[in-house]
Design a protein around this ligand. Structure first.
Ligand SMILES: *Cc1c(COP(=O)(O)O)cnc(C)c1O
Length: 395
């Protein structure tokens, strides 16, 4: 059996997106900046996509800026608010310890540029408290940036509460909603955010395209200079087929959201209940306050990398919080933030389900995963010490 259970990393292009991509590439090949008819037709198509996406998010079309994806949108939101704050002498930015690297690394660089960065802790639940944000706010704060849903452990953050607090204090608020858009209801007015980042490839759209919502009146500066595209805030000829495909993917995801979400929750709970029977393991993050398709576990006494390789041999594509593109063996900052010690954090597994996953696939995973965990534990000297009582179990 083959199971793709890594939808939080990326999703397959949906049929609707594929169709929109091909049709738009063939029909609307003009440059939207051109004044002739072919260009103007492309411009109209671009506007229609912007209106569609804005409508889904509860925004106005002019509040949507197309970007190359979630990372760029996060970078632009944070830098825009940071620069605007600095002009008024405000150089403090509040965020959380569990943000995506697109946020964390931008903040790290701003710290080197003289900003004060405060990363709020999250408890074992993997959810930040709105009250902690309120307490950290002061007159020097330029921006609060808190993700809507976490990409590793799937936990959903109280962004509407945080948005209300920020509005009351007159502080800009950005939310990285890349894991949420297309999966759970997202409305910029209900959240009360000034900026919101989304990425097409997390909901059945193409890689390399996304959008940034910027509330009318909130500061926005370009990261990329050049032409006057995106109202002068993001230069470069628009990738219209990608934007059209993103729009089609989002429409399709939102239309099916309730049914997909209910089905995914069924699979998710089955997986969580089944995997919980493995001794010395723990679910990462709150069981209820999480994305419908996310299942994240730590298994004591094993290495996540070995687990992934053996699961791949069994046809299961999953991910591990400790999987590192850099090749370093640093455990996930998210798992450390929820209190997992290094050894335990290394034994992590993330399964992220999508609409195409089936009950039969979940049954297969519930057979394969305990088998592989057992096999790895039997080879592990750490496990031997744990079983012999020479080391204390943590989980
Ligand atoms: C994937 C992801 C990003 C980055 O989006 P890209 O389009 O791949 O640049 C940012 N934040 C979160 C939470 C993500 O899951």
């Amino acid at each position: 059996m083959f199971v793709y259970a890594d939808h939080a990393a990326t999703t397959k292009l949906s049929a609707a997106a594929m169709k929109a991509y091909a049709e738009t590439a063939a029909k609307y090949y003009g440059n939207p900046s051109s004044l002739h008819s072919v260009g103007q037709e492309a411009q109209e198509m671009l506007t229609a996509c912007r209106e569609e996406i804005a409508g889904i998010l509860g925004a106005e079309a002019r509040e949507i800026y197309f970007t190359s994806g979630g990372s760029e949108a996060d970078n632009q939101a944070i830098r825009s608010a940071a620069y605007a704050g600095a002009r008024k002498g405000k150089k403090k930015i509040i965020s959380t310890a569990i943000e995506h690297h697109a946020v964390l690394h931008t903040l790290k660089r701003l710290e080197r540029e003289g900003y004060e960065i405060v990363l709020l802790p999250v408890g074992e639940s993997g959810v930040v408290e709105a009250k902690a944000v309120e307490e950290a706010l002061d007159e020097n704060t330029a921006l609060v940036t808190v993700m809507l849903a976490n990409n590793e452990i799937g936990t959903i953050q109280p962004v509407a509460e945080i948005g209300a607090i920020c509005k009351k204090q007159g502080v800009l608020f950005h939310t990285d909603a890349v894991q949420a858009v297309g999966h759970i209801p997202v409305n910029v007015k209900k959240i009360g955010c000034d900026y919101l980042a989304l990425s097409a490839h997390k909901f059945g759209g193409p890689k390399g395209v996304g959008a940034l919502y910027v509330r009318r009146g909130a500061p926005i500066f370009p990261l990329i200079e050049g032409g006057a595209q995106e109202r002068g805030k993001r230069a470069g000829t628009e990738d219209l087929p990608a934007v059209a495909a993103m729009t089609a993917a989002l429409k399709a995801s939102v239309a099916d959201m309730d049914a997909t979400s209910a089905a995914l929750q069924g699979l998710q709970h089955k997986l969580i209940d089944g995997l919980s029977k493995i001794p010395h393991c723990a679910l990462n993050g709150d069981r209820e306050m999480r994305l419908p398709g996310n299942v994240s576990f730590c298994f004591e006494g094993i290495e996540g990398e070995s687990l992934l390789l053996l699961l791949d041999e069994k046809g299961i594509c999953a991910s591990s919080g400790s999987a590192c593109t850099s090749g370093s063996l640093d455990p996930s900052h998210v798992l450390l933030a929820i209190g997992r010690v290094h050894d335990v954090a290394h034994g992590s597994l993330r399964l992220s389900l999508g609409a195409e996953n089936t009950v039969a696939e979940v049954d297969y995973m519930l057979e394969a995963i305990p088998e592989v965990v057992n096999y790895l534990r039997n080879m592990s000297p750490v496990w031997r010490d744990l079983m012999a009582g020479k080391r204390q179990f943590i989980l």
